[in-house]
Design a protein around this ligand. Structure first.
Ligand SMILES: Cc1cc2nc3c(=O)[nH]c(=O)nc-3n(C[C@H](O)[C@H](O)[C@H](O)COP(=O)(O)O)c2cc1C
Length: 171
């Protein structure tokens, strides 16, 4: 049986969503509403609410890094998604270790599986979020195979993959 809803207002989606930390203008924001949009050129969409300080920052600055982090970082990720830039300087408190920077001086964190260096291409108002369409100008992939992705399921629940299944590839 299923419960039926017609809006998201009273629902917490229970499917796991890959979660990243968006870094822009020295600020950090947890983001789980994002998706690839094009392979060539590589474009990536991130949905951001106008109430978040990141919305104005990314609009003004026009570039960011998107860090896809290991599950052990979940409390730090959650912190960046629970506090606004105008309330606290999150980069002073979050505890992420900056390993290097992308071409636009946005941080690349130590326990990232991958990081996108993004430049804003376009914006579309989709409703109560704005879709920021970014050109991914740089892709950083970690060679640490022990890292596991962070998945968010709402209401403070985080998980990672615990089983991989493979199909045989068609040639
Ligand atoms: C795991 C997680 C994922 C989130 N994903 C998004 C998202 O995709 N888009 C968004 O606008 N807010 C998202 N949020 C909420 C923002 O991260 C949160 O409002 C944050 O405090 C905004 O920071 P800022 O005001 O410094 O930009 C998420 C929060 C959490 C905890």
């Amino acid at each position: 049986m299923f419960k039926r809803y017609t809006t998201l207002e009273s629902v917490t989606l229970n499917h796991p969503r890959l979660t990243a930390v968006l870094c822009c203008g020295g600020n950090l924001m947890a983001a789980s509403w994002h998706t690839p949009l094009s392979r060539v050129p590589f474009r990536y969409g991130i949905a951001i609410r106008p109430q978040n300080d990141t919305h104005a920052l990314l609009t003004r600055i026009g570039h960011c890094s998107l860090n896809f982090l290991d599950i052990d970082e979940y409390e730090k990720i959650d912190y960046t998604g629970s506090v606004h830039a105008h309330e606290e300087k999150k980069s002073d408190h979050c505890g992420f270790n900056v390993m290097m920077h992308d071409a636009n001086a946005n941080p690349i964190f130590e326990h990232a599986l991958s990081v996108f260096g993004c430049r804003l291409h376009d914006k579309i108002e989709t409703g109560d979020h704005t879709l920021f369409i970014c050109d991914v100008e740089e892709i950083f992939l970690s060679d640490n195979t022990a890292l596991e992705p962070t998945l968010f399921m709402g209401h403070g629940r985080y998980a990672t993959l615990n089983e991989e299944r493979r199909v045989s590839l068609r040639v």
